[in-house]
Ligand binder design. Structure first.
Ligand code: MSP
Length: 635
């Protein structure tokens, strides 16, 4: 039987340009699609843009253009971005496409005819950011839990989808299919939603308020609610209802989303499908959120990361690698440029990049320009071969569990075993005596075969780098590049022409490395944090203080217990003990954060924090040119 695989990403709102969060989901989808193609599955991959609703109208109004013009412009940005990130989607759905409009109307008609749509009154709290109504109890302090904005109170006549009718069915379906929503934490979250009675879903908006949407097939005066419209893209993409693609791919549909849109995908969508007489999707795969340097990414914080900026600065494959390696699927992760550079330098330049250059350099030097024939397999080669076989199996398991970071860890373990194989076999020593010729050939062959296996395994993650390794190994045919060719060991053809290439991953010099004075180690400069407003800064109460007394905290090298004078005396515990003795710090006029929440350090209460900075000789306290008054405010 032919194996098939269908992967979807959310269709992204066109109210803002693409950022790293959109790139992450779409690259994960791409890695999954590429992996399945590599396994010989017939694969379909869809993405696109979500263009109707209040949110887009608001954004277009702000930009002073029509919703259509606005949608065209931002949708084009998404469409153009994906090839730049080596994303291989088969289709790009826009909800303004005529075939999608047609599909939505068809499904609405069907559900209406089935008796699951009725007319009624709605009153509730609407968050335009989420494009959904909230129940009062779902709000946090009267605000939307996602956007932290106060939702609009709305009361209007509308059409409703009888979602409540499918509540019991959905609970049963989720219970009987433990993988339907995964990882488990999100399945539990969906089941928790379903513990309360499910309300019917308001699925229309009166044209008197919103015209930017798909007109209901059974009432000209209303447009379709944007989520009802958007979710249907997943079947539009494969030609519902007649298309051959629909028959082939719908039964294996895998949706990929982040946790923000669990409810529409985990609750609305399966019940909509049930009402429309379409079988449920196979899996909903839910990942966590990227934060930036520990804070939420948002336009207002000014910390939105644009994927092309990172790609241009560090290269595409490192960017893809980092995203996949540094997020545990299902959990949140924090992006920092330092962590990214660290990964490039250690995992890519050091481990993989060096392995490729060393192996290729030795192979060309000792075996000429071709892959040598292995002659003697020694027992000591067993570990490398066994690790290769185990890695292939482990990667397969990781993919089936969506543990993509673990797949990379497994591949890197293999890379490290190969690097160790070089160190232990010392080909450069063997090369000195012709007696070792056959053994040397075998070792070189093993190294080149290990490189080929690595290249195949990294193909879904870093297709460009994999292609460069294949080129160096003289492998042009797909047969040597697919997963099936990995077992048994020995798929690399002897005689292939070897071509040395440029280093795959140049090291990234950090600012500190470039400016490093000889003999002194300077920490990498942290990048400037996201902008804050004046009001936010005003919240920090900085004061001039005088150190009245100091003593070391017992059993601590670093901590000093200080008595300082600001608005009276107070106690601060500071980590200055390596750089300042108690005697040296007493009498100093310093700067203190005076309104920091009290904390306990080694059981001692500390009320405030001293300001200091690093120098090549250690920490130094902030001071003044002219002596200020104790307690003075710093502004
Ligand atoms: N238009 C709806 C989806 C309709 S699908 C039928 C929508 N669009 S969105 O533009 O807001 O995209 C949300 C999705 O973008 C998330 O589910 C996730 O895939 C991705 N991400 C947006 N921000 C993200 C992070 N900070 N981190 C990770 N992914 C994030 O919701």
């Amino acid at each position: 039987m032919e194996h098939t695989f269908y992967i979807t990403t959310p269709i992204y709102y066109v109210n803002a340009s693409p950022h790293i969060g959109h790139a992450y989901t779409t690259i994960v989808a791409d890695v999954l699609a590429r992996y399945h193609r590599l396994r010989g599955f017939r694969t379909f991959f869809s993405t696109g843009t979500d263009e109707h609703g209040d949110k887009i109208v608001e954004a277009a109004q702000k930009a002073g253009v029509t919703p259509q013009a606005y949608a065209d412009q931002i949708s084009a940005q998404f469409r153009a971005l994906w090839p730049e990130l080596a994303v291989t989607n088969d289709v790009f759905v826009r909800t303004t496409d005529p075939n999608h409009v047609e599909t939505v109307r068809r499904i609405l008609q069907k559900v209406h005819e089935g008796g699951d749509i009725y007319f009624g009154q709605y009153e509730g709290f609407y968050c335009v950011g989420c494009e959904r109504f909230y129940m009062e109890k779902e709000l946090v302090g009267g605000r939307c839990p996602q956007h932290e904005t106060v939702p609009e109170h709305r009361k209007e006549s509308n059409y409703f989808f009888r979602m409540s009718r499918y509540q019991e069915w959905l609970i049963r379906h989720i219970s009987e299919h433990p993988d339907f929503i995964r990882p488990e934490r999100y399945r539990n979250e969906a089941l928790a939603f379903l513990r309360d009675p499910l309300e019917d879903l308001c699925i229309s908006r009166p044209k008197s308020r919103l015209t930017w949407g798909i007109t209901l097939p059974f009432d000209e005066n209303y447009v379709t609610y944007v989520w009802f419209d958007a979710l249907i893209n997943y079947v539009t993409a494969i030609g519902y209802p007649e298309g051959e693609n629909f028959r082939t791919f719908w039964p294996v549909a895998e949706h990929l989303i982040a946790k923000d849109i669990l409810k529409p995908h985990g609750i609305y969508w399966p019940t909509m499908l049930k009402a429309a007489g379409i079988e449920p999707y196979r899996n909903l795969n839910v990942h966590g959120y990227w934060n930036i340097d520990q804070s939420k990414m948002s336009k207002s914080l000014g910390n939105v990361i644009r994927p092309l900026d990172l790609k241009d600065k560090y290269g595409l494959d490192p960017f893809r690698y980092f995203l996949l390696r540094d997020m545990v699927f299902g959990l949140d992760s924090s992006f920092s440029e330092e962590a990214f550079i660290q990964r490039i330098n250690s995992d890519l330049a050091n481990d993989l990049g060096n392995l490729v250059s060393r192996t290729m350099a030795m192979a060309v030097k000792y075996a000429g320009d071709c892959v040598p024939e292995p002659v003697e397999t020694a027992e000591e080669d067993g570990l490398l071969r066994e690790t290769a076989a185990l890695t292939v199996t482990e990667v397969e398991t990781c993919f089936s569990e969506l543990a993509l970071h673990k797949a990379l860890i497994a591949i890197w373990d293999f890379i490290n075993v190969t690097n160790k194989y070089i160190v232990e076999r010392e080909p450069w020593v063997l090369a000195k005596d012709p007696v070792n010729r056959d053994r040397l050939k075998t070792i070189l062959y093993n190294l080149l075969e290990a490189l080929r296996i690595t290249a195949v395994l990294i193909t879904p993650f870093m297709p460009g780098s994999a292609a460069k390794i294949f080129e160096q190994l003289g492998i042009a045919d797909a047969a040597g590049q697919n997963l099936e060719s990995l077992q048994p060991w020995g798929g690399l053809k002897a005689g292939n022409e070897l071509k040395r290439g440029e280093p795959l991953f140049p090291r990234v010099e950090t600012r500190a490395e470039t400016a490093k004075p000889e003999g002194i180690t300077v920490e990498a400069q942290p990048s400037i944090k996201p902008e804050i407003s004046h009001e936010e800064f005003e919240k920090v109460d900085l004061r001039v203080a005088k150190v009245l007394a100091a003593e070391r905290v017992p059993k601590s090298k670093k901590l000093l217990k200080l008595t300082v004078e600001i608005d009276g005396e107070r106690q601060i515990v500071a980590g200055m003990g390596v750089d300042y003795s108690p005697e040296a710090i007493v009498g100093k006029t310093i700067v203190v954060v005076a309104n920091l929440k009290p904390a306990k350090l080694m059981g001692i209460e500390s009320r405030g924090m001293l300001l200091a900075t690093d120098t090549s000789e250690g920490l130094t306290l902030l001071g003044f040119d002219r002596p200020p008054k104790t307690g003075a405010k710093i502004h």
